[in-house]
Design a protein around this ligand. Structure first.
Ligand code: ZN
Length: 349
């Protein structure tokens, strides 16, 4: 999809700062090497006079550039490299699998590379990630009536106390309390604008944010408190549908989402978020218009704040609210992304 590029000085600054909010907005071709890179590539910092900017990888290819081997600009950012995919498939199919360094080597993998990838993508060790998955699955079983002791041994633990310790460390409560507690599984979903973090409960999607958005940790904390649940990596059936509908949205084939949403918040926040959902695809409103719409014409600032507190980007289209003078103003995921989403929608409207 074509979208106009910001001016070259802005782009070069973004490149120098390796600003991840420009991911998907541009790629940079390096004239001296014939290679093109993402804005965040660690490989090189070319001089200003040696670069040209393109709005997409395909455009760079059309100009004869080759994709950089280090930042792989033809793939979605955060996409697992080919060598890691069989391992991820294996974990997804059987999260209870035990995999130590020897097992990894038997699969032809270098354990330190595996660790590095998990640390970078998920902010935790590979073993920590596996433990989270195991505990998440154990939690689901106990919640649905399975006995704690059976679940412990089925989850591959040698002792009940070992299981209880591990469970507590991950979930922050003991396994026997699973009936009246909750965990929120989260996963990464790759989009053309960079990876997003999605969270779900059985009732629906409760989180969708760009992983590099400012205040993501605060958002996660608040969500956990609101739902009295801990956020852990894991799987949920809602993710498949979300993944599919986001892909359709980014290719211009979907204008509305029909996935159940979970939106805990104050009555005022809920009103504001419902107001956001009423803005049609491809349209924009001002904060003032939104305040009028929900019947609180004097609460413009409070409306803006509640907009910023939206935890489900894109599906609750806070990107469709702009300043009264037509300026884009704030967006948690960064203004470039807001602009991209608005241009995407106006080109498919
Ligand atoms: Zn590169």
């Amino acid at each position: 999809m074509y979208h106009p590029l910001p001016d070259p000085e802005t782009l070069y600054t973004a490149l120098r700062q390796r600003d991840s909010t420009f991911e998907g907005i541009f790629v940079v071709g390096v004239k001296t090497t014939g290679v093109f890179c993402r804005p965040t590539c660690r490989a090189r910092m070319p001089k200003r006079e040696n670069v040209e900017f393109f709005s997409s990888a395909h455009e760079a290819l059309a100009h004869g550039y080759r994709p950089c081997k280090i930042c792989t600009p033809l793939e979605y950012k955060g996409a697992p490299p080919a060598w890691l995919r069989p391992l991820l498939d294996e974990i997804n199919e059987s999260p209870l699998v035990k995999l130590n360094d020897r097992h990894l080597r038997e699969r032809g993998l270098d354990p330190s590379r595996v660790r590095y990838w998990f640390k970078k993508q998920h902010g935790m060790t590979f073993q920590g990630y596996l433990r989270m998955l195991r505990i998440g699955q154990a939690f689901g079983r106990i919640k649905h009536g399975e006995k704690v002791v059976n679940t412990a041994f089925e989850s591959g633990y040698q002792s009940l106390s070992g299981f209880t310790d591990s469970f507590r460390k991950t979930a922050d409560f003991s396994p026997s309390r699973s009936q009246d507690k909750d965990l929120i599984p989260t996963t990464r979903i790759l989009t053309p604008l960079g990876p997003m973090l999605a969270g779900a409960t059985d009732d629906g999607i409760c989180l969708l944010e760009f992983v590099d958005r400012r205040m993501l940790e605060t958002q996660l904390d608040r969500l956990g408190k609101r739902l009295q649940a801990r956020v852990v990596p894991g799987f949920h059936q809602h993710f498949d549908l979300l993944h599919e509908q986001l892909a359709e949205y980014f290719s211009g084939k979907r204008k509305e989402f029909d996935i159940p949403l979970v939106l805990p918040g104050t009555p005022f926040q809920k009103k504001v978020w419902a107001g956001l959902q009423a803005i049609p695809y491809g349209c924009t409103r001002s904060y003032k218009q939104q305040a009028d719409f929900i019947g609180s014409p004097n609460a413009v600032r409070a409306v803006a704040r509640a907009n910023g507190d939206n935890r489900i980007a894109i599906l609750i289209p806070c990107h469709r609210v702009i300043g009264a003078n037509g300026e884009l103003v704030g967006y948690g995921g960064g203004l470039r992304r807001k602009q991209y989403l608005l241009e995407l929608e106006s080109s498919f409207r």
